[in-house]
Design a protein around this ligand. Sequence first.
Ligand code: SAM
Length: 218
Amino acid sequence: MIDFAIARRRMVEQQIIARGVDDQRVIDAMMQVPRHLFVESGLQSHAYSDASLPIGEKQTISQPYMVAAMSAALDLQGHERILEIGTGSGYQSAVLSLLVKRVYSIERISVLAGRARKVLDQLCMSNINIKVGDGTIGWRDQAPFDGILVAAGAPDIPTKYLQQLDVGGKLVLPVGDRSQQILMRVTRLGDDKFKREQLMDCRFVPLIGEQGWLTDED
Ligand code: SAM
């Protein structure tokens, strides 16, 4: 029988703190969220390993380090309203829910959105709104956002994200081709002023939609 609390502590120490994530709020959130509940029972023994894992529908739950690094890159204080694209298993949403005031998350595959909702409800995480749809166009009714986190790889930065980001807000997203991307951070400094930074290499499933890839195949 695996002690998930011990596995989680080891994950945080060896994969997250050791690799340089030093935002204590992010570390605490990663220590708290039971990642094994976001994967199917047959994969629970791998839930705290240093890898992304399949969640069905050809999609994945992101690697723990990537979830922590992307959350830290948003530089969150607690008062924020965040847009998340690609709910997937709901794990990243759960981590964000402990770090901000409200999470607005969009998933294009309804069966994944439904499963994520169920787990998040079991954990009583009530500050997360999930909707099914094309996240490449953002969530206009709820904009502007203090931060936007995109958990799927885009060919370019969708313009809607720049429009829906508040001044001072940060957008974190993988940009590149279908198999490999660079994690980018874009900070909105003014109405028409954006600072772009390249954070690290990464590999995400494709962002599919009007302002992303057109299909999930080549
Ligand atoms: N962060 C998630 C987690 O912790 O489980 C993993 C996200 S997974 C790597 C990427 C997700 O993005 C997939 O569930 C995929 O269906 C979704 N996705 C891809 N394109 C999308 C789009 N245009 N709008 C919303 N979701 C999208």
